[in-house]
Each structure stands twice: as C-alpha cells, then as structure tokens.
Design a protein around this ligand. Structure first.
Ligand code: HEC
Ligand code: HEC
Length: 255
C-alpha cells in the first residue's frame, strides 16, 4: 500500500521500458511540438488555439503535481516532439478526460447559482487536487495505510509526506488530521494503531487539550474508564475551558 513501494515499482518499470524502447523511438520520425492542430480532443473544442491547449495542459500537470507523461505516451527526459499526445493509451488520460467533463458540468451549475453577483468562482483541477494526483485527505491516507500495514508504516508515510508537502495546501498537517485518524481507527477496533498514532501526534502537539479528549474517548471505547478519566483531567489541566472534557468527566461520574 505504501506509495514509496509502488513508486519504486513504477520507476523500475519505466527503467525497463526505456531500455526496450530507446532504439525504436530514435528511429521514429520526430513529430512537432507544439503540434500544428488538435487531432483527438473530445472535450476541448478542436477550434481551440493549440497554444491555449498547451497552457491548459501545463495547469493540469501543476494542479496534479505530475508531468506530461503521467497522462501521455512519452518518457521523462525525451523531447516533447517525441511524445504522442493524441494517443489514448494511458488510463490517467482517460480519467482526466472524464474529470474535464465533470469540471465543465460543475462550472455550468455554478453559473446558475441564485443571486450570483458577477461570475462564479471557477472550479479548476486544483480546487480538488491541490498539487496531488489522488486527492485524499491526510486522515484518510493514514487510515488506509494503518489498516493495510499498521501504525508504524502509516507514520513513516506521514513523515515522508510532511517532508515533501509541508507549507503546501496538499495535506493538512495541523493536529486534527492524526486525531481524526486515531479516533476512526479505534472506532474500527484498531486500538493499538490508533493509540500509536495519537502518541506520535502528541510529540508534535505536546500541549494540546483536544488531543487529550481524543485519548479519553478512545479509552472509553476500550472500556477503560479510569484511564479515560485521567485523560479528560489532563485535557482540563491543559485548558481549563475545555467543555467537552468537563462534560465527559460528568458523564462518567467523576466530577
Ligand atoms: C492529468 C492528465 C494530463 C496531463 C498531466 C497532461 N495532459 Fe495533455 N491531455 C490530457 C487529456 C485528457 C487530453 C484530451 C482532452 C480532450 O479530449 O478534449 C489531452 C490533450 C493534449 C493535447 C492535444 C492532443 C491532440 O489530440 O491533438 C496536447 C498537445 C497535450 N495534451 C499536451 C500536453 C502537455 C505538453 C502536457 C505536459 C505539460 C500535458 N498534455 C499534460 C490530459 C493530460
Ligand atoms: C470535484 C473534485 C475534482 C475535480 C474538480 C477534479 N478532480 Fe480529478 N480526481 C478527483 C478525485 C476524488 C479523484 C480520485 C478518484 C479515485 O481514484 O477514487 C480524482 C482522480 C483523478 C485522476 C486519477 C489519479 C490517479 O492517481 O488515479 C486524474 C488523472 C485526475 N483526477 C485528473 C483531473 C484533472 C485533469 C482535473 C481538471 C480537469 C481534475 N481531475 C479535476 C476529484 C476531482
């Protein structure tokens, strides 16, 4: 499940592909870039100026954090003249075409919003993708990784993502992502994974009162009322105004 493994596999696959295709590619007559005309666009009108299409394509790549070959037949490092942009061979291109249709539908609906003053805020690929090809919230990435391979592996993925994306809007590295992941893992009966993720989060946010409430709630799910009470008391020690901690203590008869 870990992205690093599949990225490695893909790199290896690309390596083999390069070895086996260098000769035929070199022998092929080079095409032109930008092309003279559009050959196989099914959503973008054929009358669109080619340079406008190339601009849209640059945005697709930036919005998803990928390169042209994510969708098109061609290899990293080879000149764009040797890409076959019209070919529909890669799944990602077919998915992107559906996404384009979906995005156009959304924007058409936005234009019919009641009481709209001026143009609607346009939805772009970035609205959802935020620089990543699979736009999943961080807590969901954590749950998926922990469920497939355990908390250690999920936390390794977290560190890698944080290193690469911190300061971008791709993932929310605030404290709530790991609190949510821990809570939902515990709710699915994965108490140890949830607790390990919460402990790691506490090393990042050591004074968080909300985190202590999550810890208490997980202890309650586990049926450990006295550890839960300790956690709720800690939440109040960290923030005396934490109403949820106060309410939980009352409901378990500790205050
Ligand atoms: C996320 C997928 C994706 C990425 C990344 C992407 N494209 Fe495309 N590209 C498409 C799709 C989908 C179409 C077809 C659109 C349609 O059917 O209307 C297309 C069409 C094209 C075409 C027109 C081909 C024809 O039919 O004549 C060109 C040229 C092109 N892309 C160039 C590029 C370049 C250059 C890059 C990198 C800067 C790039 N694309 C990146 C998805 C992508
Ligand atoms: C309304 C939100 C939304 C918009 C707008 C959107 N996407 Fe997506 N896109 C998604 C979601 C969600 C997925 C993941 C689907 C899945 O695999 O479960 C996805 C997946 C994809 C994938 C497959 C990625 C992979 O690794 O499997 C491609 C390619 C893609 N989108 C391209 C685009 C392009 C290009 C645009 C802009 C024209 C776009 N998307 C706009 C939500 C969106």
């Amino acid at each position: 499940m870990l992205k690093t493994t599949s990225v490695m596999m893909r790199l290896i696959a690309i390596g083999f592909a390069l070895l086996s295709t260098v000769a035929p590619l070199v022998a092929q007559a080079p095409g032109r870039f930008p092309p003279d005309s559009l050959l196989n666009t099914q959503v973008i009108p054929r009358s669109t100026p080619v340079m406008e299409v190339v601009g849209m394509m640059r945005n697709f790549a930036l919005d998803l954090g990928v390169r042209c070959q994510f969708c098109h037949v061609g290899e990293e490092g080879l000149p764009l003249e040797q890409f076959d942009f019209a070919k529909d061979q890669k799944r990602n291109k077919l998915v992107a075409r559906q996404m384009l249709r979906m995005m156009n539908d959304i924007n058409r609906r936005l234009d019919t919003l009641p009481g709209l003053s001026g143009a609607a805020v346009p939805v772009t690929c970035r609205t959802c993708h935020r620089g990543i090809s699979r736009p999943m919230p961080l807590f969901a990435v954590m749950i998926e990784a922990a469920t497939a391979a355990g908390a250690d592996s999920a936390l390794r993925a977290y560190r890698t993502l944080r290193e690469r994306y911190y300061g971008h809007d791709a993932y929310d590295f605030g404290e709530s992502s790991l609190n949510t992941a821990a809570f939902r893992l515990a709710r699915a009966g994965r108490f140890d994974d949830g607790t390990a993720i919460l402990n790691f989060n506490e090393s990042l946010f050591p004074t968080s009162s909300a985190l202590s409430v999550f810890r208490g709630n997980i202890q309650l799910m586990r049926g450990d009322t006295s550890s839960a009470a300790t956690a709720f008391l800690q939440a109040l020690a960290r923030d005396t105004s934490n109403a949820e901690a106060r309410g939980r203590l009352r409901s378990i008869g500790r205050k």
